[in-house]
Design a protein around this ligand. Structure first.
Ligand code: DUC
Ligand code: ZN
Ligand code: ZN
Length: 458
């Protein structure tokens, strides 16, 4: 199929230009001021932006969570992502205790069969021994090049500093990237036990028992372990101003540090957790929503390029049935919130329109940097000749209101309910195929490809 997109304004991280774009098969064949050629389809993008397809590097689709699981699977989740202009995701496979890494990965390959956009996988390592360490090289060869480790959730996910250090050493030897969930799990558990003893069981205590200093402490500790092992380290879901300060301080000496934040940390505060009728549970996620001062600090860091990426940490759990498991006790509320569909819209409206970040910076945060950091550039993350034809035609003027009644995520609430936004994706092209048009998904189930990512080289 040959598609010609006429008269659009291309927004890449490093340039803005008006041009026609010719797509042949799954690749971008030509970009020029004016292209005259036979095409099967001509799209007019006059007055619209052409941006590289969004890349959401932090999702949890079909993820088991105790007795329940996240409500979007790879079918519903990737369709919702596509509606929002995201054409690639990287989801998290999880190693269960006692399981080897390849087994864990195979389970996620099976889950991902119906993906409609391209997907990569990170691996969460929860159980470390010599056999596990020796699998890391093979995984990186397969294209699973990033490994998430936890300093939180003792007895479930947390690793000791020694184990974290061992994984860092091994990953850095073969070009792997370490992703850290940085919160001091032991102190948090102590604070939780004290809160429960005092009868403090409402959702707000989720935030109060996970203070920002305990994120900053774990960030600092992780950076020191990373620099000792010369391992690159990427902090997922950075939520606190203190953590930003620590990262900035440490970067003066050690450069191989990367960071991600999420729309909810940029747009919501812990006050949401005080909502009546247990509605605060909708905002129970970890690290928790913070204060206004943290939110401002995060925006400031976005503006100064101190934060590298914006991902969603999409972890969709229903209010009815899932969140309500914790109605009598905040520790029983499953952690996580949905967002895979709204990321690019939210950052366009609140970043570009309201806070005046540049269009180029917007694209850098939601597509180019994720592609660069996670071994997908320049096939992804840029509209350029030879790149994958993942292109979003973005209408900067259209207005819409976010609502769970109209969103495509398979979850019964939206953290941004009622937010009125300017700007939305209009046509979404993934590997040369139009998959969203006229507000309809028109792709085939299972068309998404596994992304075999390159090793980390920064
Ligand atoms: N960390 C995540 O990245 N997602 C959901 C919950 C958590 O602790
Ligand atoms: Zn996490
Ligand atoms: Zn997550």
């Amino acid at each position: 199929m040959i598609i010609l997109i006429r008269n659009g304004t291309i927004i890449n991280a490093d340039e803005t230009k008006s041009a026609d774009v010719l797509i042949e098969g799954n690749k971008i064949k030509a970009i020029d001021k004016h292209i005259e050629t036979q095409a099967d389809l001509i799209l007019d993008a006059n007055g619209k932006y052409l941006i590289p397809g969004g890349i959401d590097v932090h999702t949890h689709l079909d993820m088991p969570y105790g007795e329940i699981k996240t409500r979007d699977d790879f079918e519903t989740g990737t369709i919702a992502a596509a509606f929002g202009g995201t054409t690639s995701i990287i989801d998290f496979a999880i190693q269960s205790k006692g399981q080897n890494l390849q087994e864990s990965l195979n389970i996620w390959f099976e889950k991902a069969k119906n993906a409609v956009i391209d997907y990569g996988l990170h691996l969460i390592i929860t159980d470390v021994n010599q056999n596990i360490l020796s699998e890391i090289k093979k995984l990186i060869e397969i294209g699973v090049t990033s490994f998430k480790l936890f300093t939180a959730y003792p007895d479930r996910l947390m690793l000791s500093d020694e184990k974290i250090f061992q994984v860092m050493l091994k990953a850095s030897e073969y070009g792997g990237l370490i992703l850290m969930h940085a919160e001091n799990g032991e102190v948090i558990d102590y604070l939780i036990s004290q809160a429960l003893k005092d009868g403090k069981k409402e959702p707000i205590y989720h935030a109060i028992t996970r203070p920002s200093q305990l994120e900053a402490e774990a960030v600092y500790r992780s950076i020191m372990l990373a620099s000792t092992s010369n391992s690159p380290v990427y902090f997922v879901h950075v939520s606190s101003g203190d953590a930003v300060d620590v990262i900035n301080f440490a970067r003066q000496r050690y450069k191989r540090i990367f960071s991600e934040t999420c729309p909810h940390y940029l747009l919501l505060t812990e006050d949401e957790l005080r909502k009546p009728n247990f509605e605060g549970a909708k905002y129970v996620l970890s690290p928790p929503l913070r204060k206004k001062v943290d939110l401002e600090k995060l925006w400031n860091a976005i503006q100064k390029s101190e934060i590298d990426t914006i991902a969603t940490d999409h972890c969709p759990l229903n209010f009815e049935g899932d969140k309500k498991l914790g109605i009598d006790n905040f520790t029983k509320i499953p952690n996580g919130g949905p967002g895979i569909e709204n990321r690019i819209q939210l950052i366009y409206h609140f970043g570009v329109v309201e806070r005046k970040i540049t269009l180029n910076r917007w694209v850098e945060l939601i597509s180019t940097n994720p592609a660069k950091i996670f071994g997908l550039f320049p096939e992804k993350g840029k509209i350029s000749i030879g790149s994958d034809a993942d292109i979003v035609i973005w209408n900067p003027d259209v207005e819409h209101t976010i609502s769970s009644k109209t969103h495509h995520m398979n979850v019964d609430y939206n953290m941004f309910e009622g937010f009125r936004l300017k700007g939305n994706s209009e046509v979404v092209i993934s590997n040369g195929e139009i998959i969203i048009k006229d507000n309809k998904f028109i792709g085939k189930l299972g068309r998404g490809k596994f992304l075999k990512r390159r090793e980390f080289n920064n």
